[in-house]
Design a protein around this ligand. Structure first.
Ligand code: NAP
Length: 302
């Protein structure tokens, strides 16, 4: 019986483990793949306080080692369900069942991918899923943003302050995101709109050099020479295994506010898998601290 089980060893889960151990709780962290989560794909972090120019992998390794040093246990198994017994919970993995008093779900979310050839290989070499993380590398350069939701619109706006030219490529002729942001973008002279089109090919030597864009209506293919492509076509939260117990919103995120409290007492959600407006390394870490503090309180009260 552990006090707290943390599901997911990304920045939110690892921070939760650190906080729970510092409160002297026994902690098991379950991770399906390897520690670090999405941040390990980031080549250079420069927006986390005091961590100037550190790779995502090095950052994650430090936090992992910190949690280990403080006494968190790690098991690399995929959590496939949670059973709520009131003051105790069971977390079921592919291989085992673990008991605890409180659970923190910090499973994160995946970027929805375009699903075209070499997309994975070119991440960090011209393909990015995070404008606020990587935009600064494209100062004075030419970039494209794929997508038509608020993330794509805000990314395009953010990038238009940095890049020389921003192509905004959307598969329809009407944006899903807010009109006000669309209007703000239309006032930028360096933003070029490409409607009814999909990015269909990535052209690269060692880095991305150009993309092919196909007009859905005419089939016409245009080659755009760009330095960076920002893919902003939505995210896929990794909560489906817990959907029977935990309330999710229409997009699959755990319905939990800034206190990380879910609909089930003793179960908390931290990081990118919960409803929130800013999904960043620093907010994931903040969630970990908040969720752990709540979980510790639950353990003490039950
Ligand atoms: P989203 O609202 O789901 O939009 C995804 C966009 O990508 C849509 O325009 C969609 O096209 C397009 N898309 C999806 N799959 C595609 C594919 N395979 N190929 C090409 N295009 C594809 O996602 P989001 O923009 O990340 O926003 C997620 C949520 O966070 C939304 O509720 C959003 O309002 C919110 N958000 C809020 C703020 C804010 O309040 N400041 C900022 C960012 C995000 P279609 O339109 O044709 O479906």
């Amino acid at each position: 019986m552990y006090d707290i089980i943390v599901i997911g060893a990304g920045p939110a889960g690892l921070t939760a483990a650190i906080y729970a151990r510092r409160a002297s709780k026994t902690v098991l962290v379950l991770e399906a793949l390897s520690y670090g989560g999405q941040i390990i794909n980031t080549p250079d972090i420069e927006n986390y306080p005091a961590a100037m120019h550190i790779s995502g992998f090095d950052f994650a390794t430090k936090v992992y080692e910190q949690a280990q040093e403080l006494g968190a246990e790690f098991v690399f198994e995929k959590a496939v369900g949670i059973k709520d017994n009131g003051s105790t919970k069971e977390v079921i993995t592919d291989d085992n069942t673990y008991s605890c008093k409180a659970v923190i779900i910090a499973t994160g979310s995946e970027n929805r991918k375009l699903g075209i050839e070499n997309e994975d290989v070119l991440v960090g070499r011209g393909v990015s899923y995070c404008a606020t993380c990587d935009g600064a590398f494209y100062r004075g350069k030419t970039v494209a943003v794929a997508g038509g939701g608020n993330t794509a619109l805000e990314d395009a706006l953010y990038l238009s302050d940095l890049a020389e030219t921003v192509y905004l490529i959307h598969r329809r002729d009407a944006f899903r995101g807010d009109e006000a942001t669309v209007n703000a973008l239309k006032e930028r002279t360096n933003v070029k709109f490409i409607y009814n089109s999909n990015v269909t090919k990535l052209i690269a030597d060692k880095r991305l050099t150009a993309i092919e864009v196909t007009d859905k209506n005419t089939g016409a293919v245009t080659v755009l020479e760009i330095n960076g492509l920002f893919v902003a076509i939505g995210r896929i939260p990794e909560n489906q295994n817990f959907a029977q117990l935990i309330k999710l919103d229409g997009s699959g995120y755990v319905e939990a506010g800034e206190d990380c409290v879910t609909n089930v007492p003793g179960i908390y959600a931290a990081g990118d898998n919960r409803t929130k407006s800013v999904r960043q390394l620093v907010t994931a870490a903040a969630d970990g601290a908040v969720a752990a503090t709540e979980a510790v309180r639950f353990c003490q009260e039950t």
